[in-house]
Design a protein around this ligand. Structure first.
Ligand code: BES
Ligand code: ZN
Ligand code: ZN
Length: 516
């Protein structure tokens, strides 16, 4: 296995339709029991040690805010019990969506995995079939996220851990968890790549890792290196890359083609892969630069989404385009007032070298568009102003199809990866007028930079191709987000799957019916 790729999920899910037995409990190291928000009055005796549980619950009373209680049986394995009450169903002015359930699943997983069980049970009391199925899927995502070990470089510590078996009891019908497993694995891949230190995952080793992933998954990959990009006149990308110490930068183009498809891709996934963003000539101060190895999160989410789609064997062709370079300070680095020409012929007046993401993406989007995909999705940790606007809980979305915005909000709620759209009116372009080039790289005053950045990118996407840009303000966090523990989130993978797999037809109809 490649050093720069994570271990597999290491999670096996077994389902037994029948009620949990005493013998089954005794074989578990930990058992999670989930009930509705209001404790059920009866039914406890269906569970082994039901009396014990009922007493525990009665003593606990119901503190409205508390959702989780823990105890331990006095059997041979001293089986741990984690008892959880579902969050209240949203009603009235509350916002519906998957977030509260995923957050609850994250809390349950954190509690239940404390002493690293290998055999973990899950059963429910008093939940409907639908509630149970949603819970099981949320738990698969949460357990996979919580047991996952992000890359560590401590001497003497191995990162290998034993497979965890999650045994689900008493649901009557099997819950299909195939999609959740694919989503969990892909989200972990995105988190893993994003968390890698910038000297471990540099442009060269990132390329190697992508080649390995491509070989493992039957993808075809070509790497447009600096030489080839010069031939393609990709001057915007190259302006950023010219400050690097090595010539390893480039645009990775990865293709997934099921069966004998030769059609143009149904989907192009594009990602910002800035290995480390120093700001360049307009150097960032210490705090702002500290975690800028996360600035390749967009590329990680793009390739991880491709992995999930591949695992699910989708029947359509998908392209993936990753813009991989550092943004460095050097004698050769680009500077304010430089004029560069992108591959679609657009001339750009550079204003601020820290706005490198839009430069690298300009050419990448233009190249992706040449293949005439039916939809382009791009992901980028593009602007600090998007974080200012939304915090790290939501990511921003921008589209050249205004009519898609409500669907994007809905998909965010359904997937629990919440997004909010921003306006894309044409007159924002007034702020990007240059007196010497076709466009300014960014506006002089920083207000609404996420909107200006999106308007800038739109210049590189032909109007006939529906396009959604995600400004990943929720790519990494100091605290947890939904079922994901703190750190890098892999945000975007599950949103994209929901958009493409659950709402693909609506996207097509909406995107093609109304053109801006
Ligand atoms: N990668 C940053 C944006 C960023 C910062 C995303 C922190 C998430 C967290 C981007 O390249 C950048 O530096 N943008 C500048 C743009 C400005 C100079 C117009 C910014 O936001 O300050
Ligand atoms: Zn920057
Ligand atoms: Zn950046």
């Amino acid at each position: 296995m490649h050093d720069l790729l994570p271990a597999g999920l290491g999670l096996r899910v077994q389902q037994s339709p029948r009620r949990i037995t005493r013998a089954a409990v005794d074989s578990l190291e930990q058992l999670i029991i989930v009930t509705p928000a209001k404790w059920p009055d009866k039914g406890w005796s269906q569970l082994p040690d039901g009396k014990h549980l009922e007493a525990l619950v009665r003593r606990a009373g119901v503190e409205p805010e508390r959702r989780i209680w823990q105890s331990r049986l006095s059997n041979r394995l001293a089986t741990g019990l984690t008892l959880g009450r579902l969050p209240e169903a949203a009603e009235g002015i509350d916002i519906p969506g998957a977030y509260p359930l995923l957050r609850f699943a994250g809390e349950l997983a954190a509690a239940a995995l404390q002493d690293k069980p290998h055999k973990l049970g899950l059963t429910v009391l008093g939940l409907s079939a639908d509630e149970s199925a949603s819970l099981v899927r949320a738990m698969v995502l949460a357990v996979a996220a919580h047991r996952f070990q992000l890359p560590r470089y401590q001497s003497g510590k191995t990162t290998r851990s034993r497979t965890l078996t999650l045994k689900v009891f008493g649901l009557g019908e099997r819950v299909d968890v195939g999609r959740s497993l694919a989503e969990a694995e892909a989200t972990n891949l995105a988190r893993w790549l994003t968390a890698q230190p910038p000297n471990k995952l540099d442009a060269r080793t990132y390329r190697d890792a992508l080649e390995q992933l491509s070989a493992d998954n039957g993808w075809r990959m070509r790497f447009l290196d600096e030489k080839q990009l010069k031939r393609l006149a990709a001057g915007a990308f190259l302006a950023v890359a010219q400050g690097n110490a090595s010539a390893d930068a480039g645009i990775a183009h990865i293709r997934y083609r099921p069966g004998k498809t030769t059609a143009s891709p149904a989907l192009a996934l594009v990602g910002k892969g800035i290995i480390f963003d120093t700001g360049g000539t307009n150097l960032k101060p210490f705090r702002a630069m500290l975690d800028m190895h996360h600035d390749m999160a967009g590329s990680a989410v793009a390739v991880a989404t491709l992995l999930a789609l591949t695992r699910l064997k989708v029947p359509f062709a998908v392209d993936c385009w990753l813009a991989i370079t550092e943004n460095r300070l050097s004698a050769d680095a680009y500077k304010s007032r430089d004029i560069v020409t992108a591959s679609n012929g657009t001339t750009i007046e550079v204003i601020h070298t820290d706005a490198e993401g839009r430069m690298a993406l300009a050419d990448t989007l233009a190249l992706a568009a040449r293949e005439q995909p039916e939809l382009i999705l791009d992901y980028a940790t593009l602007t600090g102003s998007c974080v200012q606007a939304l915090t790290e809980r939501y990511s921003g979305v921008f589209s050249n199809r205004d009519a898609l915005n409500q669907l994007l909000i809905d998909v965010g709620r359904e997937s629990g990866e919440r997004v909010w759209p921003f306006p894309m009116d044409k007159d924002f372009d007034d702020d990007l007028k240059s007196s010497v080039a076709d466009i300014l790289q960014c506006a002089m005053d920083g207000t609404g930079d996420h909107i200006h950045a999106a308007r800038f990118l739109q210049r590189f996407v032909p109007d006939n191709i529906p396009w959604v840009h995600m400004d990943l303000s929720s790519g990494s966090r100091k605290s947890e987000l939904a079922q994901i523990p703190s750190g890098t989130t892999g945000f975007g993978v599950r949103f994209s799957l929901s958009l493409v797999l659950d709402h693909g037809e609506t996207v097509k109809q909406t995107a093609n019916a109304i053109k801006n």
